[in-house]
Design a protein around this ligand. Structure first.
Ligand code: AMP
Length: 488
C-alpha cells in the first residue's frame, strides 16, 4: 500500500468511527403544572437509553427554558435547576453517542427560533440521509452547530416554506429517511412523530388531564400516567389545548420494520412494546434457546441483567436449576457507555464477580442476550473458569450480530463485530467456552411472528429495510473541539 492509499484508508476508518448516530430516549409532557419535574422523572426511567447527556426544554408560552448537560439525569438536574424550567409543557432527552461526539453541543433537545416561532426537538433514531442533506444545506450557506444527524430536522424545519410549525416539521420529516421517534415543543403545542417504518418506539399516556409522550411505557409507569396507546408508524400526533389531532402525512406503502433489538436487549424489560411485554418476550427466547441448543449441565447462570429473562426461560424449559452465580455491581455503567476502549475493558472487570461456592466443579450454562465485540463474555467465561466451573456452555438469546445498525442502536463497525469476522466455532474457541449456541434467525422470526408487527433484524440478517449512505460520503465532522466537555 502506498502512502496515499494508507492515508485514504486511515481517513475512511476515521469516518467509519465518526458515525453520528446515537441511542436515545425522548419524553414530553403537555398541560401539566409540574411539566419539567415530570419530564425529569420520565428521563430517569429512560436512563438506560442514553447515559451521556440529558436535557429538558420547557415553555410557559412566552419563552422556552433550556438546560442540558453531560452525564446522568441525576447529575445534570437538581431541584434548583428544575425550578428554573417553568411552564406547563416540556420535552426532554437522554443520549448516548459514539466516541468523538461526546460533546455538550450534541446534547438534546435541540432548539431554534424560526420566523414561525420557537421549537425544541428531542429525537431518537438515526437518519440515514442526514449526511447528504447536511452537505446540500451547507452548500447553500447553512451553518450547523452540532455534529448530530438530528440537527438536519431543525435546519430543514427552519427553511421550510410551509406556514405553521407543524406543517414545517412534516415538510422536514418528509425529506429525511431512516428512523425517527421524536417529540417537538412549540409555544402552545407538543408534536409526537414516528417514521413510516416505525423503527423506534413512542407511546402516549395521560396524567391528570395532561398528555405525555415517552420512548417506553416504563416512563409512564414511573410518573403514574395511564398508557393511552402507541403512536403508529408514520403517525404525527399534535397535542394542543388538551386534544390530540392525528395526521398521517407520509406514504402509506412502507412496511413496518420495528427494531427487534429493542425487544432483545435495548428496551427495559418492564416496558411494553406494541402492547407486548419485553420481559415475557425475552423469557420466550430463552425457552426456544433451550430447545434449539440443549446441554447437560448443573446450573443456568445469567449475565445480569441483560441475560436474565432469557436465562430464566432456558432454566424453566430445560429443568436445569437457575442460579445468579455472577453478581453485578449496579453502580458501574453499562459496558458500552464509556467512549474509550480502555475504559470499557476496565468496566467489564469491575462490573461482574462470580460466586465461588456456587460454581466449584459445576457444569454451567451461561446465558446472555448478544455478543457484539465479544469483550464482555471472554472475561466472564475466564472468570467462571478461575472460580472453579468445570464446563462453561455459552447460550445467546439472539442470532450472531453480523451487521451494524444504521437506524439508531450503537454498534461498532462491521469489522469489529466478532460474528462478522469469525464462525461460531471460532468464537467458541476465542471465548474459551466448551460449547456455544446462538438462537437461530428462523427461531427469532418465529417468536416475533405472533406479535402483529413487522420487524427490522438487519443486525442479524444483513437485510437492511432502508438503504443508507456509506461512510465514504460523510463530511469532515468535528472541526471544532469543545475543550470544556472533551475528556481527552
Ligand atoms: P461485547 O462485549 O461487545 O460483546 O458486548 C456485548 C454485551 O453488551 C451484551 O451482553 C449486551 O448485553 C450488551 N450490548 C449489546 N448491544 C449493546 C448496545 N448497542 N449498547 C450497549 N450495550 C450493548
Amino acid at each position: 500500500m502506498n502512502r496515499e492509499e494508507a492515508s485514504t484508508r486511515a481517513l475512511l476508518a476515521r469516518h467509519a468511527r465518526d458515525r453520528f448516530h446515537d441511542e436515545c430516549g425522548v419524553f414530553g409532557v403537555h398541560g401539566h403544572s409540574e411539566a419539567s419535574n415530570i419530564t425529569y422523572l420520565g428521563l430517569y426511567a429512560l436512563q438506560h437509553r442514553g447515559q451521556e447527556s440529558a436535557g429538558i426544554v420547557s415553555t410557559d408560552g412566552h419563552a422556552h427554558y433550556v438546560h442540558r448537560g453531560m452525564g446522568l439525569v441525576a447529575d445534570v438536574f437538581n431541584e434548583k435547576i428544575l425550578s428554573r424550567l417553568p411552564g406547563r409543557h416540556a420535552v426532554g432527552h437522554v443520549r448516548y453517542s459514539t466516541s468523538g461526539e461526546s460533546q455538550i453541543r450534541n446534547a438534546q433537545p435541540f432548539y431554534a427560533t424560526t420566523d414561525g416561532g420557537s421549537v425544541a426537538i428531542a429525537h431518537n433514531g438515526n437518519l440515514v440521509n442526514a449526511r447528504s442533506i447536511r452537505r446540500e444545506l451547507e452548500g447553500r450557506g447553512a451553518i450547523f452547530s452540532t455534529t448530530a444527524d438530528s440537527e438536519v430536522i431543525v435546519q430543514l424545519l427552519a427553511r421550510s416554506r410551509e406556514k405553521t410549525l407543524v406543517e414545517r416539521l412534516i415538510d422536514a420529516l418528509s425529506r429525511v429517511k431512516g428512523a425517527f421517534s421524536l417529540v417537538m415543543l412549540t409555544d402552545d403545542s407538543m408534536v409526537a412523530a414516528r417514521d413510516p417504518n416505525g423503527f423506534r418506539p413512542l407511546s402516549l399516556g395521560r396524567l391528570d388531564g395532561a398528555w405525555v409522550a415517552a420512548s417506553e411505557t416504563c416512563a409512564l409507569d414511573l410518573i403514574g400516567a395511564s398508557f393511552e396507546r402507541d403512536l403508529e408508524p408514520g403517525e404525527v400526533a399534535v397535542v394542543r389545548r388538551g386534544r390530540v389531532r392525528t395526521l398521517r402525512p407520509f406514504k402509506r406503502s412502507v412496511r413496518e420494520t420495528f427494531c427487534v433489538f429493542e425487544y432483545i436487549y435495548f428496551a427495559r424489560p418492564d416496558s411494553n412494546l406494541n402492547r407486548n411485554n419485553v420481559y415475557g418476550f425475552r423469557k420466550e427466547l430463552g425457552r426456544l434457546l433451550a430447545r434449539e441448543h440443549p446441554v447437560n449441565a448443573d446450573l443456568v447462570v445469567p449475565v445480569l441483567a441483560s441475560g436474565d429473562p432469557a436465562a430464566l426461560g432456558y432454566a424453566e424449559e430445560s429443568g436445569i436449576p437457575y442460579e445468579q452465580a455472577i453478581i453485578r455491581n449496579h453502580f458501574v455503567r453499562r459496558t458500552f457507555i464509556e467512549p474509550a476502549q480502555s475504559i470499557r475493558h476496565f468496566g467489564v472487570k469491575v462490573k461482574h464477580n462470580a460466586v465461588r461456592g456456587l460454581l466449584q466443579g459445576k457444569r454451567v450454562v451461561l446465558v446472555d442476550d448478544s455478543i457484539v465485540r465479544g469483550t464482555t463474555l471472554i472475561k466472564i467465561v475466564s472468570m467462571l473458569r478461575q472460580t472453579g466451573a468445570r464446563e462453561v456452555h455459552l447460550r445467546i438469546s439472539a442470532p450472531p450480530t453480523i451487521g451494524p445498525c444504521h437506524y439508531g442502536i450503537d454498534t461498532p463497525t462491521r469489522a469489529e463485530l466478532i460474528a462478522h469476522e469469525h464462525t461460531v466455532d471460532e468464537i467458541r474457541e476465542l471465548m474459551g467456552a466448551d460449547s456455544l449456541g446462538y438462537l437461530s434467525l428462523e427461531g427469532l422470526r418465529r417468536t416475533t411472528g405472533p406479535l402483529k408487527q413487522g420487524f427490522c433484524d438487519a443486525c442479524f440478517s444483513d437485510e437492511y429495510p432502508v438503504p443508507f449512505e456509506t461512510n465514504e460520503a460523510s463530511p469532515q465532522l468535528s472541526l471544532f473541539r469543545d475543550i470544556e466537555s472533551d475528556e481527552d
